[in-house]
Design a protein around this ligand. Sequence first.
Ligand code: GDP
Ligand code: IMO
Ligand code: MG
Length: 445
Amino acid sequence: MPGLAIVGTQWGDEGKGKVTDLLAQDASAIVRFQGGNNAGHTIVRDGEEFKFHLIPSGILHEDKYCVIGNGVVIDPRVLLEEIEGLRRAGISISNLRISANAHLIMPYHILLDTAGELKLGKLSIGTTRRGIGPAYADKALRLGIRVQDMLDEKILRKKIMAALEDKQQVLRELSVRRRKLHKEAEADAEVLIDDRLDLHSITEEYLGYGHRLEPLITDTARLCWNELDAGNKVIFEGAQAALLDLDHGTYPFVTSSNPIAGAACVGAGVGPTDITEVVGIVKAYTTRVGAGPFPTELDDEVGEHMSTRGHEFGTTTGRPRRCGWLDLVALRYAVRLNGTTSLAMTKLDVLAGLETLKVAVRYRSQEGAVLEEFPYHQSVLHHATAEYVDLPGFGEEITGCRLEEDLPPTAREYIAFISDFVGVPISLVGVGPGREQVVWMNSGA
Ligand code: GDP
Ligand code: IMO
Ligand code: MG
């Protein structure tokens, strides 16, 4: 059986959680391969909403392995909170497994993320401030602390000492600056900051996490090989999306990992030939949280329609998501980058009631040149304007549609246009947040 990757094709929040939960039905393992708790993946089942930041979106299928792969950066405090939440909801985590090689987000990573953003001021990236960038930076610097290190006090202490050494100065400056700025209001927070920088208390804290997580820690690459070798289906669940990819996205307004399908190999420890299917998730329009270029962004009542009907507020930070038309230039780029074999389109229901649906089919550069392809040069992209094709909208609600034939002809036209333009079939369409609110396309559009 194949490995199947599920990846975002825009700037995140396409509905990867919902589609992963759906496609997990016939898989034996679901593996997160990158990112951390900057992700927020939502699943709505029987009216109940679940939000996961680190736990793979297959967890509601209690008989399947849910794996946090080596490519993920883990904040163990957040992970334990999520595990606790699941326990309270009566959901078993007995099949959850954590890679011993995954890197940890440490308290100083979170402070450094915030410090970096404050320093950049107006030019900030708008990170989730969860410590993602600094944790991946330490991994590359070989100063990272791994999950397995929490199981050995001596090693843990030594590694934290080394990691802290080159950060003390920056962290001290941050602490002093904050204290000056918010002398009274943040008095408690300051105590927290000082506390979090202490070698002894960090070591104790992480040893405690290690103790609690130990039964779940294992060689997760081997687990994936065993499942694949036994002929079982393994799903590799991406977080973030292609345009936030560290190498291929809108750098520097990106995350610090590679969310594209190819990274599933590195982040889970499997080979390229183990992945035979790639499902790209695309929202029927576009959203973006944080700063950076967004050629189809809308600042009018149509954008408001998307934001309101789509409840476009970040799952992780609660920030309002910027909204705009679907960008087919960017989507075709993402489809190619991921080796996408089919697309799942979500949130088509949100567009109901709009008379015209626009899709961007090319850009125009500042100098007036026509750009058919996603520009590699950031300055060009920053100044590009999108050019559109107008398609007829659909007035009626589609949340009750379950079959392709139930969809209004103009909705089907919209789907077919997109599929033709990017050159891959659209296999399913989301018409509401519920897991049953989906139309499986019999024609594969
Ligand atoms: P992810 O990060 O890609 O998993 O996506 P998020 O969970 O951050 O954001 C997607 C939001 O859209 C969630 O609130 C989902 O419940 C919701 N959603 C997913 N699919 C659909 C759909 O087809 N229609 C509607 N209206 N909402 C959807
Ligand atoms: P899911 O998996 C949307 C964005 C942040 C910021 C940039 C860098 O739910 O789709 P980071 O904290 O990663 O260093 O922030 O990336 N970002 C996301 N946007 N969905 C996400 O995850 C995101 N994860 C990070 O808003 O612009
Ligand atoms: Mg999300």
